[in-house]
Ligand binder design. Structure first.
Ligand SMILES: [Zn+2]
Length: 99
């Protein structure tokens, strides 16, 4: 099962963490706790599910714009193509840890 960052139901506005089967499709149907079914974007490739900054000291040495981009990636749970290699390097360096 995959899980992604919490999503907001467009119908009733409740926020929850959906889970669904692994899929190559970019979208998946999820059901909110109130039974509304809607479609969410599913990141493919390198995922940042449940990632966090582990090494703030070294993270703080990155350029401000890079820090901002990484935080946005972690917050959104989506890795834009141009940040794939950066995220991979940060994970390899142990600065970002994903579960
Ligand atoms: Zn709902």
């Amino acid at each position: 099962m995959y899980s992604i960052a919490s999503v907001k139901c467009p119908i009733c506005g409740v926020e929850f963490r959906p889970t669904f089967r692994s899929s190559n499709r970019e979208e998946a149907e999820v059901t909110c706790p109130n039974g509304h079914i809607f479609t969410v974007f599913v990141p493919s490739g390198d995922s940042v599910f449940d990632c966090e900054i582990r090494d703030w000291e070294r993270f703080g040495l990155l350029p401000q714009a890079t820090q901002q981009a990484v935080l946005e990636v972690i917050y959104s749970g989506k890795v834009p193509n141009e940040l794939q290699s950066l995220m991979r390097r940060l994970k390899e360096a142990g600065i970002v840890v994903c579960t």
